[in-house]
Design a protein around this ligand. Sequence first.
Ligand code: SAH
Length: 250
Amino acid sequence: MDIPRIFNITESAHRIHNPFTPEKFATLGAALRLEAGTRVLDLGSGSGEMLCTWARDHGVTGTGVDMSQLFTEQARLRAKELGVADRVKFIHGDATGYFSDEKAGVAACVGATWIGGGFAGTIELLARSLRPGGIILVGEPYWRRLPATEDVAKACLAHSISDFFLLPGLLASFGRLGYDVVEMVLANQDGWDRYEAAKWLTMRRWLEANPGDELAKDIRSQLTSEPERYATYTREYLGWGVFALMSRRY
Ligand code: SAH
């Protein structure tokens, strides 16, 4: 079981697989006022940077689940490197339907909400692992500027304009699901560059090392077209943020 190989190639050198930077994760950890011993569940944990740095900086414990074998291995290595391997655990597997009877103080899905068929389903899934009074975190794109045409949305690698909201609409939709937005940290264009532009050097070096690979043609064509596509579309139109939600029961 694994994710499509192309992501394991283009994001092999990424520690964070979304437009967040280490500073943004630090800001988010501080914003959430995490207490030592808080249990964190992270679905689609990638290379584990959020869990590992929060374990180091805030003393949280946690479990990450990710379908990429490579990213999961990298997460385990990172935990050892940061001296938190006794506090965080990474499971290689499909997080679809995953919940835990050990309730978490923070249940997160940061940039992988297709796991629950969209953010609404993912919030429902995360809620099953959350202790009363706990915080749900979702990382999700939104339109910074509404595309004028469906072609522009597609050039942003969305299926259609209706895939995403503008930021106020996204915040309102969390409310309609019965959640307060209690914090948010938004990515910026520098963070997008770290996520997207970092793929280009990885692709260039991979091509040099793997000229005969069956994916070489795909990677070559991506490397040729991506910088201009990204700068014209994704960088201008797409925002991204992590939203902290608490149930509106009070
Ligand atoms: N939250 C991480 C990774 C975000 S990228 C970070 O902030 O860096 C999306 C992640 O979802 C990738 O690591 C990918 O391997 C993982 N993924 C995709 N489909 C999945 C599934 N069905 N179950 C678990 N993980 C999945």
